[in-house]
Design a protein around this ligand. Structure first.
Ligand SMILES: [Zn+2]
Length: 233
């Protein structure tokens, strides 16, 4: 087997490895983006839950004020009962008092219900706060992990690229130019290992003459996809 064939095989392996490293390096930022998205979602949920709680508290305060002012009015009307000038005025006052008492009974029920709801909402806020903390922690951990992984991947990439450059020098100048052209355009698919009698990239069947030339270590290109062919081990 010629050294050119060996070099092509090795170059293909290195290009596949480099492609894989790039893919793994692209995965980290996507994972971070997903964590950031999750955090933004739960932060928004927290804001909404807090806003709902705030509005419920304001409403409860308003209802309590209303209750208190009606209670004051009832006390005032009760005071007037004793000084009623006529039976008719007395009856009117009594009716007003009863109506106010009834309204306040309804209002008291509403306030109790509202306070129970506020209790539950406070629980909801705590739950969502927990989710926010978890999302923040997860994002931090993911950032650290990705930074570590990327440092390792980066150094592996640099090593592999150095290795690639040294193997590239084994190519004759003419082939080297073709090699650079196909690899620039198609990455590792610019080199194709022959499987049986067909191109490993596009599966084009190769002629007997091509296979012969390949066996002699001559540069052969796939007539269909244009990849530089090499014999697999
Ligand atoms: Zn092909």
């Amino acid at each position: 087997m010629s050294s050119v064939a060996e070099a092509l095989r090795e170059l293909h392996r290195l290009h596949v490895k480099i492609g894989g490293l790039h893919e793994r390096m692209a995965r980290g930022p996507r994972q971070i983006a997903a964590c950031e998205q999750r955090l933004a979602t739960v932060r928004q949920e927290l804001e909404q839950t807090r806003e709902t709680l705030k509005r419920a508290r304001i409403l409860a305060d308003e209802k309590q004020l209303q209750l208190k002012s009606r209670e004051d009015r009832i006390a005032d009307l009760k005071g007037k009962l004793n000084t009623a000038a006529s039976n008719r005025e007395y009856q009117t006052l009594k009716e007003q008092i009863e109506a106010d008492q009834q309204a306040n009974a309804v209002l008291t029920d509403e306030i109790l219900e509202l306070l129970e709801r506020i209790d539950r909402m406070e629980g909801d806020v705590e739950q969502v706060q927990k989710k926010v903390k978890e999302a923040e922690q997860h994002l931090g951990e993911t950032r650290d992990r990705v930074a570590q992984e990327n440092a390792a991947l980066q150094s592996e990439l640099e090593e592999t690229q150095k290795e690639l450059q040294s193997v590239e020098t084994a190519l004759p100048p003419d082939l080297r130019r073709e090699y650079e052209r196909v690899v620039r355009a198609r990455g590792s698919d610019g080199l194709s290992g022959v499987s049986g009698n067909s191109c490993g990239v596009c599966f084009q069947t190769l002629t007997a003459q091509m296979l012969n030339e390949l066996a002699l270590g001559k540069p052969v290109f796939c007539p269909s996809c244009g990849a530089i062919l090499f014999v697999r081990e």
